[in-house]
Structure formats: C-alpha cells, structure tokens
Write a protein that binds this ligand. Structure first.
Ligand code: SME
Length: 165
C-alpha cells in the first residue's frame, strides 16, 4: 500500500518530494489509465486548494475526459475550446489566474477560479511529437498557481509521460 508522506519545506522542495512520490507510485507500470488515476489522486490529496485534478486524452479529434479527482466534468472538449484546447493547440502550459477573464473558458465546476493546464506530447511511431492529452488542475482560489507550481506540475506531467506514453 502506497503511503504519501506529508510534504515539507519550500515549495520547490515540496514539489521535489511529490515528484519522488509520483516516480515511486508509477514505477513499473505503463498503463496510462492506471497511472493517470493514481497521479490525479496523489496530487489532489497532496496539494492545497484544488477542486479538480485530472487528465483529458486526445482521441484523434478532440479531448475526452480521463481519470480525475473532483466533481464530474465535461466529457469532450474540442481543440479550439477552453483552457484545455488552448494548451493542446499552443503546446504551452496555460496558467490562468482568473478563469472568468479567459475567453472561452469552459466551466465544469462553478467553484473554479484559477486553472493550470499542461499539454502532454509524446514521440509517436513516426518520430513526430504527438498530442496525447492534457493534465488539468482547477482551484477555487483566484491566482492559485505561480511559476513554481507550473514548474513542479510540468515535472509531474513529464514523469507521467515517461512512465506511460
Ligand atoms: N476549464 C477547462 C475544462 C475542463 S474542467 O476545468 C475539468 C477548460 O476551460 O478547458
């Protein structure tokens, strides 16, 4: 049974500990659903002030909800919609301090005030970087995610990609 230790120290130190826990949790498992489920649960319970943590996977046409923690969510998101679509098409992490100020933001949970979405790309059989999906975090707090959160959560997304994609 995996037991997550309490995070301590500065924010970068806490993310380093969380990354270590994530590596341990995903070690030896390549199933992307299993790893997405466990990583979502780990992050949701380890970090404060989150109301949704989870994955959307690209099905070749649009983003489809995958494993997550939080309230039931929108099932499908077109690539030209929302913060998730913006992350997928721009290939850049979207860090949104105020979701009400983001044109086209899709409300899945009315409690969400800020959001961070990390795009997930992996090298396909052709050697090209291909869209796998996005890792999405919502917070009920305005401006919940700073640059250190972004770096820490991008590192967790890479751990998931290395284990599963
Ligand atoms: N807010 C996201 C949609 C997904 S939910 O937050 C879980 C967006 O605008 O893409």
């Amino acid at each position: 049974m995996f037991a997550a230790a309490q995070l301590t120290g500065s924010k970068p130190e806490q993310y380093a500990q969380l990354a270590q826990q994530a590596r341990g949790l995903l070690h030896g498992e390549r199933d992307r659903i299993a790893n997405a489920a466990n990583l979502s649960a780990l992050v949701y319970h380890a970090l404060p002030a989150l109301n949704w943590v989870g994955f959307y996977f690209f099905d070749g046409r649009e983003l489809v909800v995958g494993p997550f923690q939080g309230q039931p969510a929108c099932v499908r998101i077109a690539l030209d919609r929302g913060v998730c679509g913006a992350a997928a098409t721009s290939r850049q992490t979207q860090r949104v301090a105020d979701v009400n100020a983001f044109p086209g933001h899709i409300f899945c949970d009315g409690a969400s005030r800020s959001e961070l979405v990390v795009p997930l790309f992996a090298r396909g059989a052709s050697g090209n970087e291909q869209l796998v999906g996005v890792f999405d975090l919502d917070s009920p707090q305005l401006d919940r995610f700073d640059a250190e959160d972004q770096r820490g959560l991008e590192a967790l997304a890479r751990i998931w990609l290395e284990a599963s994609a």
